[in-house]
Ligand binder design. Structure first.
Ligand SMILES: Cc1cc2nc3c(=O)[nH]c(=O)nc-3n(C[C@H](O)[C@H](O)[C@H](O)COP(=O)(O)O)c2cc1C
Length: 416
């Protein structure tokens, strides 16, 4: 049987190991994780979710504190429409994060940034434009358009000097979404350089409804592949979601995929941004500990561990500090849910909110443990000690296990 290393992903003139580590916000797919993928000849992702916050934590800036100071007068107000991002500061934070990652990059691989359209930031078009363009200004190798249809995103970039040289791709979960994107972007005379096809077993937000279990990644990939052939479009497809072993990956590559995108197995590596105690929660999870629910205020279903502290937590919306999910009218579904519970429980110090979560604060604090469906198999990828604690892995170990393994085998780390 072949293995992943028998294949290469061609992107322009470059040949890469066909392994892409998916974007995981907020700073779960860290710069350190992306650097390993690049060093080993694959593709890593950083994420542009809440970059000012990430910059404060990593590089000692004060974006959040300053924003909160500016809007402090509004904290007790249930209407958050006044809270805006300063576009200059947003550009600065993005450039900071991207430049830091790119300067540290070594080796033949690439680093892309995951840009989610659903981070609407009270000015969807303006903020997305700034985020993508400043990532290009700072030298990112490519942008993966995520969490949204991105019908106008190429248009926001077309007059950028790097529009045709940077790699630009999109994540879709259906042929229809890809057809729409290609049609709406045709005016810019540019096709995506790659298409990530994300199936229903992925982590993060899902591009499916609550009927996600009725869909199957291989079927969607085959459908999209057939359409590309019929349209004579030569675009590498990159399946994602539930690809757990090197052999799972090889099967997709043998069927014509250009590469695979992976995430869950990297959540328990040293380089992953989750706190170590949360990584243990991922290791220990069983299948019944994982659910897809509707608590994300984006409106997309999201997969997570059922014991995530975020679930039911009724914290006061923190939009003056964050506000990444405020829509074009300054609203967020969590604000509505929170206000409803406060009104229903007058005088109570702390309310419970079950139907929505304050995604910004909870993701920022690693209290919402989003995960792929096969998180319950992570325990088979490492060693456990007598106290029940699992050995964290190196990202290099996991990457190379995907690259070289055969026969559905998973290499355990050397015992420490
Ligand atoms: C913890 C976690 C966070 C994620 N966050 C994002 C994200 O911010 N943006 C995105 O496009 N995809 C996100 N994803 C999806 C992954 O990038 C990837 O496509 C998918 O999880 C691959 O499937 P696998 O986890 O089964 O390998 C996330 C996945 C996980 C596990």
């Amino acid at each position: 049987m072949k293995r992943v290393d028998d294949f290469r992903l061609k992107l322009g003139t470059q040949e890469l190991v066909p392994i892409m580590i998916g974007g995981m916000g907020v700073d779960i797919s860290t710069t350190a994780l992306s650097l390993v993928a690049a060093r080993l000849g694959g593709i890593g992702h950083i994420s542009d979710a809440m970059v000012p916050t990430v910059s404060d934590r990593r590089y000692n800036t004060k974006y959040v504190k300053d924003k909160l100071k500016l809007y402090k007068y509004n904290v007790a107000n249930s209407d958050k429409a006044v809270v805006q991002f300063d576009l200059g500061l947003l550009a600065e934070a993005t450039e900071h994060h991207v430049r830091h990652s790119m300067e540290a990059k070594r080796g033949p691989g690439m680093i892309f940034i995951n840009c989610m359209e659903k981070l609407t930031m009270n000015a969807p078009k303006e903020t997305l434009r700034v985020r993508m363009r400043s990532a290009l200004d700072a030298g990112i190798d490519g942008i993966t358009l995520a969490a949204g249809l991105h019908l106008g995103s190429f248009g926001l970039l077309e007059d950028h000097p790097r529009f045709r040289d940077a790699k630009l791709g999109i994540i879709v979960s259906s042929l229809r979404a890809l057809q729409l994107f290609v049609k709406k972007s045709a005016r810019t005379n540019r096709l995506p350089d790659y298409v990530v096809v994300e199936g229903p077993l992925a982590g993060g937000h899902l591009g499916f409804g609550m009927d996600w279990a009725q869909y199957d990644l291989a079927t969607i990939v085959a459908e999209i592949q057939a359409w590309l052939v019929a349209e004579k479009l030569d675009i590498p497809l990159i399946p994602a979601g539930g690809i757990f072993t090197g052999s799972d990956a090889t099967r997709f590559l043998e069927n014509g995929a250009g590469a695979v995108q992976l995430a869950t197995r990297f959540t328990v590596t040293h380089e992953c941004g989750l706190p170590d105690d949360v990584k243990q929660e991922y290791f220990k999870a069983s299948e019944s500990d994982i659910e897809v629910n509707g608590i994300s205020p984006t409106g997309y279903p999201m997969r997570m561990l059922k014991n995530s502290p975020a679930i039911g937590d009724g914290i006061r919306p923190n939009c003056e500090a964050y506000g990444y999910l405020l829509d074009a009218t300054g609203n967020c579904q969590y604000i509505q849910a929170y206000n409803r519970e406060v009104a229903a429980h007058p005088g109570e110090k702390k309310v419970k909110v079950w139907d929505k979560t304050c995604l910004c604060t909870q993701m920022r604090n690693f209290e919402l443990w989003t995960c792929g469906q096969y998180t319950y198999r992570l325990k088979d990828t490492s060693r456990v000690d007598a106290s029940g604690s699992y050995q964290l892995l190196s990202a290099e170990h996991v990457f190379q296990d995907y690259q070289f393994s055969t026969d559905d085998k998973i290499a355990l780390p050397e015992a420490t």
